[in-house]
Design a protein around this ligand. Structure first.
Ligand SMILES: Cc1ncc(COP(=O)(O)O)c(C=O)c1O
Length: 407
């Protein structure tokens, strides 16, 4: 009999994982061996979920025993809270029926791409990019087409709108916009967002907007793609609870699409995850509606602004390290090409060196798809003051030691 062959290779073997997740186990193992590890590689707030949110989940689980399936797009209470929250922030007119809740923003991204992208379609992605966009597109045999952000050092990373337009072909289906941006910390200007929306309208393209860092804006204004009155014609909007409310492990995120599409997309959702976790939904509704929790978020963002400044100050005068003070998300993404060339190391080799010799974990830019992150390193400043001071100290020592050896 012919042996059964599994076809996962075709789809999955070349798929990129997500860098930050790789280091979770590594960090735990080093800590178990007694090392004092500083992990600045992962993208999550350093503080637990606020008590007010945890209490609602516990109450709902233990006292109400709210443990059964719910409606596929989520309970109305949560979808109403999401619509109200977005409308208040962005002056939009989202109806609760246009919200589909799922297990994380990542699941919402999957739903959006699975529903709209087909073999041969091209998906425009601004790089360096969060890996999920290209990797999900590839599962559906679409082609990720990358447009690089240009690093201009003191001006940060700039989007070249003309370069974006040049990449549009007859096959282009969708532009993915992650704003504020992981990993560079760029916040696109209102003018840039206007230009992208015009391009989408003119070329009849969809915009998949991932605004999961929308609360983490430190300088200047943020314009949401939901704030355009005709958003229903071109927008698939993704957001979630992981970053804003420090709920990464709870798995709660959502997609907003116009009412008609949401009726169809929930059929796909029911076949993938059925419904979001019941009691987690109650907690999510509280997170959005509770005044005290909003204050908690504001305080967190104020602290991260300080941590950004602290980390920036610590890194900005190192030889061969060009660091720009990011405006959003919670990352610094310095270019360290000159340093690497001087010491004759590749980015991954250097990151391994930091882990082995300094027990400092940062993310090599090479984990992001395509090549745009080569020669960069991502630091997360969602950490305590002590961790940042110690992490920067270790990084400086490593850089100085390697430079002195290279002389
Ligand atoms: C840009 C971006 N989108 C989506 C996610 C995933 O969020 P969630 O935990 O809600 O799946 C992350 C998490 O790192 C992210 O950085």
């Amino acid at each position: 009999m012919k042996p059964q062959t599994l076809s996962y290779k075709e789809f999955v073997e070349d798929m990129l994982g997500e860098g930050g997740f790789v280091y979770i186990a590594r960090c735990r193992k080093l800590a178990e061996k007694g090392y004092k590890v500083i992990n600045l590689s992962i993208g999550q707030p350093d503080t637990p979920t606020p008590d007010g949110i945890i209490k609602v989940a516990v109450h709902s689980l233990i006292l109400e025993k709210f443990t059964s399936y719910t409606e596929t797009p989520g309970i109305p209470e949560l979808r109403e809270a999401i619509a109200e929250y977005l409308n208040e922030r962005y002056g939009s007119d989202v109806s609760w029926e246009e919200v589909i809740v799922g297990p994380g923003a990542k699941a919402a991204l999957f739903l959006a791409i699975a529903a709209y992208v087909r073999e041969g379609d091209e998906v425009l992605i601004i790089e360096p990019a969060y890996p999920a966009y290209s990797e999900i597109a590839k599962v559906f045999r679409a082609k990720p087409v990358f447009v690089s952000l240009r690093f201009e050092n003191t001006n940060g990373f700039r989007l070249d709108i003309e370069a974006l337009v040049e990449k549009i072909t007859k096959r282009t289906k969708m532009i993915v916009i992650n704003n504020p941006h992981n990993p560079t910390g760029t916040v696109l200007t209102g003018k840039e967002i206007d230009a992208i929306v015009d391009i989408a309208r003119e070329n009849k393209l969809l915009i998949l907007a991932d605004e999961i860092y929308d609360n983490f804006v430190y300088d200047g204004a943020f314009r949401s793609l939901l704030s355009y009155p005709d958003w229903r014609d071109w927008l698939l909007y993704v957001n979630g609870f992981s970053k804003t409310f420090s709920m990464t492990g709870w798995r709660l995120g959502y997609l907003v699409v116009d009412r008609r599409a949401s009726q169809v997309l929930r059929k796909l959702a029911v076949n993938i995850w059925g419904c979001p976790t019941s009691f987690v939904q109650k907690a999510g509704a509280r997170a959005l509606r509770d005044h005290g929790i909003r204050k908690w978020v504001e305080k967190l963002v104020r602290r991260y602004r300080e941590m950004r400044d602290l980390m920036y100050e610590g890194l900005q005068d190192l030889y061969g390290v060009e660091v720009w003070k990011s405006r959003g998300a919670f990352y610094l993404f310095p270019r360290i090409k000159r340093f690497l060339n001087t010491v004759g190391m590749g980015i991954e080799e250097f990151v391994e060196y930091l882990i082995d010799n300094y027990q400092l974990i940062v993310l090599p830019g090479s984990v992001f798809p395509d090549k745009a992150g080569e020669g960069y390193v991502r630091f997360s400043f969602s950490a305590s003051r002590e961790e940042i001071v110690e992490g920067v100290k270790r990084f400086r020592e490593a850089v100085e030691e390697l430079l002195s050896r290279a002389k």
